[in-house]
Design a protein around this ligand. Structure first.
Ligand code: C2E
Ligand code: CA
Ligand code: CA
Length: 390
């Protein structure tokens, strides 16, 4: 029977299928080797290496659930695809008891599979079973799988929305700018927070396209937003993700978007976190300097939550420091938070940077920040993130 089936050839590193995809095909490895990767604690880990004569993708094929793992070729690999129609045809002819048995075994396999983790990060071939499965964990894993599958179509299906939150100049009591914050309007799940899907987009590779979409959308909306500001140097802030800084073409893409929307580059601020820089400090420095040359500015987001030293502030061309909400929300009831905020503001000003306090929820906090000399505030007190009315 195998002789009659076609072969598919995969280059080293090429994806054979992704977790969350519909599984309409299993593969027999005729030549080469593949790695099986699953998402564990928000990180992709290789849990197995399979070679000649082994079968991959058979579970999703039979039980019609999305793929539970991502599979890639490690070396040049030849696969024999076994399509669903063929399996269906064979199953049809099988004894009903055997069919039922197969179903039960598959269900058990899926439940245990969700709780297996590698014994250690370096030990890719042995698996260790987690203790008793919990319903909640399983439900989360299943939801993540579903979202990983859905996110691939979210851009073309126009399911992302941009919400804007005002950033106010404290002393002048003016709206200085807006931060663009993405949301996913999922057809079944409703509005999904960026915290719940951006890390998935990083894993599935969608993040670059989404990053470009956010920039394009914010620049396109800028003329409307700009009319809602009343400050001398208005700006819109867009969040960057780690993968964006690694692309050579990123600066060119920003330039093109700015030109297309006829936007003054000086009115675009890009927000990044220390974690984004830590991964590739040299490349990051290059890209960030090029962005400054374009005329845009940079803000260091979530300041105070990172691990790095303060030399970051000198080494990178950062113009604005955004103090994390964790410190601002306890400004009035925690002496340590107050000291951290006070010294952050002094430090920023001594380095000629602006400061934005994140998460300003009450007037009392606004007043305190004003007293501490903080330039800008952002938070529910000034306004929640909302969509632009069309
Ligand atoms: P962030 O950049 O620190 O954004 C501020 C977050 O704090 C937003 O959450 C905002 O809604 C929330 N927030 C603002 N003011 C208050 C307040 O007074 N109280 C409280 N409790 N929360 C407040 P959101 O929109 O859920 O975004 C979460 C994170 O997702 C953002 O944190 C950012 O890291 C990321 N993110 C959002 N949009 C994008 C995007 O377009 N691209 C990228 N790469 N990341 C994004
Ligand atoms: Ca931000
Ligand atoms: Ca922040």
């Amino acid at each position: 029977m195998l002789e009659n089936l076609n072969r598919e050839i995969f280059a080293p590193g090429q994806t054979i299928f992704l977790a969350g995809e519909e599984g309409d095909c299993a593969y027999l490895i005729e030549e080469g080797s593949v790695e099986i990767c699953v998402l564990l604690h928000k990180q992709w880990r290789r849990v197995s290496l399979l070679g000649k004569g082994e079968l991959i993708g058979e579970v999703a094929l039979i039980d019609r659930q999305p793929r539970t793992a991502t599979v890639r070729a490690v070396v040049k690999t030849v696969l024999v695809p076994i399509r669903r129609e063929l399996i269906d045809e064979l199953l049809e002819k099988t004894d009903p008891v055997i069919r039922h048995l197969l179903k039960v075994v598959l269900e058990r396999f899926r439940t245990t599979q969700a709780y297996m983790v590698p014994r250690s990060s370096g030990d890719s071939e042995s698996l260790l079973e987690y203790p008793a499965p919990q319903g909640g964990l399983h439900a989360t894993a299943a939801r993540n799988l579903m979202l990983a599958g859905d996110i691939a179509h979210a851009l073309v299906a126009d399911q992302f929305e941009m919400h804007y939150q005002p950033i106010c100049h404290l002393a002048e009591d003016r709206v200085a700018g807006f931060e663009a914050l993405i949301r996913w309007n999922h057809p079944r799940e409703g509005m999904i927070s960026p915290l719940d899907f951006l890390w998935l987009a990083e894993q599935t590779g969608q993040i670059r396209a989404i990053g470009l979409w956010t920039l394009e959308r914010a620049c396109r909306d800028w003329p409307k937003l700009r009319r809602m500001t009343n400050f001398g140097r208005p700006f819109v802030s867009v969040n960057l993700s780690a993968n964006q800084l690694t692309g050579d073409q990123f600066v060119e893409e920003v330039r093109n978007i700015l030109q297309k929307s006829r936007m003054d580059p000086g009115e675009l601020k890009l927000e990044l976190t220390e974690t984004i820089i830590i991964g590739r400090p040299e490349i990051a420095a290059q890209v960030l300097n090029n962005l400054i040359e374009l005329g845009s500015s940079l803000a260091l987001d979530d300041f105070g939550t990172g691990y790095s030293g303060l030399d970051y502030l000198q080494r990178y061309p950062i113009g604005t420091l955004k103090i994390d909400r964790a410190f601002i929300s306890h400004l009035l009831d925690n002496e340590q938070s107050l000291e951290i905020v006070r010294t952050s503001i002094e430090l920023a000003h001594s380095l000629k940077m602006d400061v934005v306090a994140e998460g300003v929820e009450t007037d009392a906090i606004r007043v305190k920040l004003l007293e501490l000399g903080c330039n800008f505030g952002q938070g529910w007190f000034f306004g929640k993130p909302v969509a632009l009315e069309s």
